[in-house]
Design a protein around this ligand. Structure first.
Ligand code: B12
Ligand code: SF4
Length: 473
């Protein structure tokens, strides 16, 4: 019997240029039943998308990955698909349907909230019996022991993406902590669980010669899982790896030795602030103790592993001095890169409701709740302070001069220093685009960044290629 086709679509996002794991993961479960195609609307425009779909194929459904940022794109694409393919079903999955199900159901037939794997079989059965429900809720109580590896082979022309952020790998789901802004409580609720070693071993065969980005919300929850994963990565032939976790989970010599031996290069920690009151305001008092930052960062760096940090913009108590002090601290500590995110309380959540008492939501526009926009101001924090502080921070932290000077604050060989600098040249590009398009003062300009087709900028492309060569050799 000829298999029907499923078309999965990545909508425009910003920043662009990294390979995403979401749709290859969705495709893996569908593989036994359908032919699958993945389209990325960051790479091609809508017209090209429709022209590339074979009209003679029977399309079971179109699946869109929808986040707050691209709600408008999702709505308009959905209506065009309905026009051209009236017989095919439309399914939205990802962050937005999880957060705002009712809103999404105004536009699409079906939504998948939370995780896909736990509900995939029942959704497929319903689809085949023409009894698709409106809502499927994928909770976090299932085993990730025997699933097909992600279908990276479906990504059309992977060389069109940058490689500095690595190939995404997921080794665990959930988190045991309770930071109030974090999406983990929405997407991967309550339970924390890990992939089995056999499952990871199978998946890791696709990463030979590649740089791995472990995209777990918090890779460090379970130390024996970390040590096992390090040993599997060592055997995989990957060219190195990076991950995200809490800083205090790194305060362990045995783990650091295993990480170093398996090629760990960078760990991103959500330090978020160097002010205690600010950390308390987002419920980070359990994971982050400022008095330990310096000691643990130096300990990790002494193993040749670099620390990157989150920096939340618009957090409680933020003023001009906060930006200056954070810049000084990050420079002094040789922090490899800083991820800047506007404080965002996810719409539709209890915590967002509660935060109305503690500050002001500055906009109703859902697309602004993406971390790239100011959408919330705690009482006593001014918009101008946050915006001018952000500009100050970007232009200083990401100036070539300060990148190079920062690289001297951590012990590096010549090649490692070059890696440090090249990584920054690639990573800073998104923030330089914020400044270039003046989106901090004119948020409506952000639509240009979101909707322009992705192509590699020549200087970033050179840095990206050089970095990948150094990582390999
Ligand atoms: C890798 C990553 C990035 C990368 C690459 C993004 C990419 N192209 O994939 C980069 C560095 C570019 C990035 C950038 C940013 N990121 Co980011 N990122 C991640 C991270 C760590 C992994 C994403 C991932 O691959 N997950 C694994 C996949 C398998 O899970 P999934 O996407 O949830 O998909 C599952 C389900 O949702 C569902 N599903 C998804 N799509 C679909 C579609 C259909 C049809 C169906 C049926 C099901 C379905 O099935 C999947 C399997 O179960 C997540 C945290 C996380 N662990 O998820 C943060 C995360 C997505 N990022 C976040 C943020 C804040 C950002 C930035 C704003 C950071 C910044 N300041 O620049 C930007 C902007 C992102 C944006 N476009 O909105 C937040 C999102 C918050 C929000 N409200 O939008 C997250 C959740 C982190 C967090 N702790 O809160 N990010
Ligand atoms: S520790 Fe990290 S992953 Fe866990 S809730 Fe806090 S921010 Fe989210």
């Amino acid at each position: 019997m000829i298999k029907q086709t499923v078309i999965l679509v990545d909508l425009p996002v910003f920043p662009k240029g990294s390979i995403s794991l979401s749709l290859p993961a969705v495709a893996s479960v569908l593989s036994s039943y359908y032919e699958i195609e993945i389209f990325d609307l960051n790479i091609i425009d809508g017209n090209t998308f429709f022209s590339q779909i074979d009209k003679n194929k029977s399309i079971a459904f179109f699946g869109l990955k929808v986040s707050c940022q691209n709600i408008e794109n999702a709505i308009s694409l959905t209506s065009e698909i309905r026009q051209y393919f009236p017989k095919s079903s439309l399914i939205w999955g990802g962050e937005l349907p999880t957060l705002l199900p009712e809103k999404c159901l105004k536009y699409t037939d079906t939504i998948v909230q939370g995780l896909w794997e736990p509900i995939a079989d029942s959704l497929i059965a319903d689809l085949q019996n023409v009894k698709l429900k409106k809502t499927y809720i994928g909770d976090n109580k299932f085993s990730l022991t025997d699933i097909h590896p992600p279908r990276f082979d479906l990504i059309k022309d992977p060389s069109r993406y940058y490689s500095f952020m690595g190939m995404p790998l997921e080794t665990s789901r959930g988190c045991t902590e309770v930071c109030s802004f974090c999406m983990v409580h929405v997407m991967q609720k309550k339970n924390y669980f890990v992939k089995s070693s056999a499952q990871l071993e199978r998946e890791l065969t696709a990463y030979r010669g590649k740089f791995i980005n472990i995209v777990d919300y918090n890779f460090g929850v379970n130390s024996s899982h970390m040590i096992d994963t390090c040993s599997l990565i060592s055997k995989s032939g990957a060219s190195g790896w990076m991950a995200e976790m809490c800083i205090e989970e790194l305060d362990n010599e045995e783990i650091l030795a295993a990480m170093k031996a398996s090629g760990c290069k960078i760990i991103y920690c959500g330090l978020e602030s160097i002010e205690e009151k600010a950390l308390n305001s987002v419920h980070k008092m359990n994971t982050n103790h400022i008095e330990n930052y310096e000691r643990i960062i130096r300990k990790v760096q002494s193993h040749g592993i670099q620390i990157a940090s989150g920096f939340i913009l618009g957090i409680e108590g933020m003023n001009k001095r906060t930006f200056e002090k954070t810049l000084d601290f990050f420079q002094k500590m040789g922090i490899i890169y800083a991820k800047l995110t506007f404080l965002t309380y996810n719409p539709g959540t209890k915590v967002a409701n509660y935060m109305q008492k503690k500050g002001t939501f500055t906009t109703d526009d859902i697309s602004f709740y993406d971390g790239n926009h100011l959408s919330y101001l705690p009482n006593g924090v001014e918009t101008d302070t946050v915006i001018s502080g952000t500009e100050f921070f970007i232009s200083n932290f990401y100036s070539l001069r300060n990148i190079i000077s920062r690289s001297w604050q951590t012990k590096l060989s010549l090649m490692e220093r070059l890696e440090f600098i090249l990584f920054n040249i690639c990573y800073r590009e998104a923030y330089l685009q914020w400044i270039k398009k003046n989106v901090l003062h004119n948020p409506e300009n952000f639509a240009d960044l979101l909707n322009e087709k992705f192509s590699k900028r020549w200087s970033v492309n050179i840095a990206d290629k050089l970095l990948s060569l150094i990582r390999r050799f």
